[in-house]
Design a protein around this ligand. Structure first.
Ligand SMILES: *Cc1c(COP(=O)(O)O)cnc(C)c1O
Length: 375
């Protein structure tokens, strides 16, 4: 079912992480080709990727553009902030985890003024407070929120916040890094002006680039604001439109892998089907973890199908380091926690993994708890 069992002499660990993720053998094989960046086949692959991304965002003919940008997901976020903020612009950053804090940090380094609304990491943002903040501070031009805050796995109310932002006449940015492709979202209906995600999360490609979906008019309105050459989103879009190419060396192999990953997403049945598989992974995981005494950090009604934070076991023999290393020896990779006020670790349920893989992980965890003298 995944690479480890398909290829002899090639033993990958299974990644239960927030990315990079376990990818299919066919996605990896798509990289076994050296294409020149001006090759016709490569330019056509880029064009198809851009069309497919608009389709995934349900805005194929709705005045949106897809722009690919070299670098990891954070580069894409920094590209939006540095490209679209006017000299006197001010962002409202809505924060309930590490990735919300990172957006505010990016703005600060760029010398962009911000204000923040910060919530506990196990709480969704307060919609009334967002509305009041926008009403009371006319200097705010842009609003940023994370869709799935990967710190915990919580799903924030991007549609409701979009309604408030549009009603107040501001520009709306969503970090959908860990949700795009796995949680259905119509960008136009959610009133999103800019959204960023990356190649190696729910679309199940390999790392190497991020992408932005932008409402064309909002993008064009940014003319002249760029604070960076390499991260200039508008210039990148103009380059792609002019000759179909990246301005600077593209990650050719990662793009070929991504084209294959998009095909596999369509073959699986699109975003809804992928959501269904991830949800099954999640349900299999929490059912098994609860049986072994683990408790989730979030209330189940706030929890999405992407990643789950579990509290450390309350047992003198439990240390995360030992737990992690023992699972690694069994060829399963989990992830440390990122919650600031509780001892947690995380298990991702995204990537080319299926409920039987989750069951194998659960069996390994049961073994490890015995090895650690816990059960
Ligand atoms: C993974 C992630 C990022 C950062 O992506 P990098 O590729 O590590 O730069 C940003 N925001 C969210 C919500 C993420 O899950």
């Amino acid at each position: 079912m995944n690479g480890k069992r398909e290829m002899t002499g090639w033993k990958d660990k299974i990644l239960f992480t927030p990315g990079p993720l376990t990818t299919s053998r066919t996605v990896k094989q798509a990289m076994l080709q050296d294409l020149g960046s001006r090759d016709f086949e490569f330019i056509e692959a880029i064009a198809q990727i851009r069309r497919d991304l608009l389709t995934l965002g349900e805005v194929a003919d709705a005045g949106y553009e897809a722009i690919l940008m070299q670098g990891s997901g954070t580069f894409g976020i920094e590209a939006v902030f540095s490209t679209v903020t006017p000299p006197d612009g001010k962002w409202l950053c809505i924060i309930n985890g590490a990735y919300g804090r990172r957006m505010n940090y990016i703005a600060g380094v760029l010398g962009i003024e911000t204000t923040v609304l910060t919530y506990p990491e196990n709480h969704k943002p307060n919609l009334q407070e967002i509305n009041d903040t926008l009403a009371q501070d006319p200097a705010i031009t842009h609003v940023a929120v994370v869709h799935c805050e990967t710190t915990t796995g919580i799903i924030n109310q991007v549609e409701e916040i979009g309604e408030i932002v549009r009603r107040n006449g501001r520009v709306y940015f969503v970090d959908a890094m860990s949700s795009f492709g796995a949680i259905p979202l119509n960008l136009a209906e959610a009133k999103i002006d800019f959204l960023v995600s990356s190649a190696n999360k729910c679309i199940e490609g390999v790392p190497g680039f991020s992408f932005a979906l932008a409402r064309r008019d909002a993008l064009l309105a940014a003319d002249g604001y760029a604070r960076s050459v390499s991260l200039d989103l508008l210039a990148q879009w103009r380059g792609l439109e002019a000759n179909g190419q990246f301005r600077f060396t593209p990650p050719t192999h990662a793009l070929l892998a991504f084209a294959q990953a998009l095909n596999e997403l369509m073959m699986e049945g699109g975003v809804k089907s992928r959501n269904g598989r991830y949800r099954q992974n999640y349900q299999t995981l929490v059912a098994g973890m609860r049986k072994m005494g683990f408790v989730e950090y979030l209330n189940p009604e706030d929890q999405g199908p992407i990643i789950t934070s579990f509290r450390y076991l309350d047992h003198p023999n439990f240390t995360f380091q030992r737990f992690y290393e023992a699972l690694n020896k069994h060829d399963f990779v989990i992830y440390p926690g990122k919650v600031s006020n509780a001892d947690c670790f995380r298990i991702g349920h995204i990537g080319r993994i299926f409920p039987p893989d989750v069951k194998s992980l659960l069996a390994a965890i049961a073994d490890v708890l015995i090895e650690m003298g816990i059960t």
